[in-house]
Write a protein that binds this ligand. Structure first.
Ligand code: SF4
Length: 345
């Protein structure tokens, strides 16, 4: 049986057309799922009974279950979502004081990139998620919202490397953006990558103004390759060239993320090397002080070192934000909840 959420709008319209039914039926189904939060076909009461039965025979509407649900005092909620084959991924809802509800979703079960400070990559890649499984995380998080709240932003920053699964991510984001889906503008979608130049080029080809965030961590190839081993394949220069091209073609300023690890990449020389590499770009640098993760040999940076790092970048004209992770009480670092539930922490 097919996962309904794996179907694109065109495919679902095609399914109706094959049965001699009008295309607006597909819109009705999406509206029930995304706007009215239906969980079963028999709730779709403005569809004829026979059609609901046919849909029920052809498609599955939910393929996952929630294996764990954590809530933090700051309004953050994290779900551990289990797929039909037992693979588990994490997704998060973050609320801020401006009333924004941002969801962070995963694109792969596990990750092949092996970043040294990341719990998600510790066990390697299990598999890509389907577009339906990506959408299902959005819908599961939407179910956590109170009346009057709606998803305002999507960050693709959970488990996995999004640009290694673009075939499934792009259709999911297209449906999320469409008026019959969640209606979230691509401008409110951030895609975070360890930096795959070919994937960045493909994303630019899409001609949609997604916000691109490149996890840089260090400007020097030796250090960056130790922290993000995928760097050995491409190197910082190729990644920055792809990011520059993305900015030229989409007009969207690229964000560079730096997870600051105490004593590893938070020294003054590391800040200066970032200035040398990034200087002159209309870039935003997000500094993310590391949250210690059990089993990983890194410490949080000292606040004074974070402040000095930021000052060095700002003095060189770079825009800088220091982003403390929300939801510390809920295993906020990606992959932590999944490992804890498996007894690996
Ligand atoms: S930080 Fe991102 S790209 Fe790196 S291993 Fe973790 S999930 Fe993969």
């Amino acid at each position: 049986m097919l996962n309904l959420l794996d179907q694109t709008s065109d495919q679902l319209r095609g399914w109706f057309a094959e049965r001699g039914l009008p295309g607006y039926r597909a819109r009705q189904v999406w509206r029930w799922i995304f706007a009215r939060r239906a969980e079963r076909f028999d709730q779709m009461t403005d569809l004829p009974g026979q059609l609901r039965q046919a849909l029920n025979a052809a498609f599955r509407l939910w393929t996952s279950r929630i294996a764990a649900h954590q809530r933090a005092d700051d309004g953050a909620e994290k779900l551990l979502v289990e797929m039909t084959d037992g693979q588990r991924v994490e997704c998060v809802l973050l609320r801020d004081d401006r009333g924004h509800c941002t969801i962070c979703i995963s694109t792969q079960a596990g990750c092949a990139m092996g970043c040294a400070f990341c719990a998600s990559g510790m066990d390697g890649l299990a598999r890509n998620l389907t577009s339906g499984e990506i959408l299902e995380q959005m819908l599961r998080l939407q179910q956590c919202l109170a009346a009057g709240e709606r998803i305002s932003h999507i960050v693709v920053m959970g488990m996995g490397e999004p640009l290694a699964n673009l075939d499934n991510l792009l259709p999911a984001l297209a449906l999320a953006a469409s008026p019959e889906g969640l209606g979230i503008s691509p401008r409110r979608v951030t895609i975070s990558t360890v930096g795959l130049p070919e994937g960045i080029g493909r994303l630019a080809d899409e001609n949609r103004p997604y916000h691109l965030a490149v996890s840089l961590h260090a400007a020097d190839d030796d250090l960056r390759s130790r922290l993000a081993p995928a760097n050995r394949r491409w190197g910082v220069a190729a990644i920055l060239a792809a990011a520059d091209d993305y900015f030229t073609r989409t007009g969207r300023r690229v964000t560079f993320e730096v997870v600051l690890l105490g004593g590893v990449n938070d020294r003054p020389e590391h800040a200066r090397s970032l200035v040398e590499r990034l200087g002159g770009r209309p870039a935003l640098v997000n500094l993310i002080p590391f949250n210690p993760v059990a089993g990983l040999p890194f410490a949080a940076p000292r606040s004074a070192d974070v402040a000095r790092f930021a000052d060095t970048l700002r003095a060189a004209g770079l825009a800088v934000k220091i982003r403390y992770r929300k939801g510390d009480a809920i295993d906020a670092a990606c992959g932590q909840l999944r490992r804890r539930e498996r007894g690996q922490e």
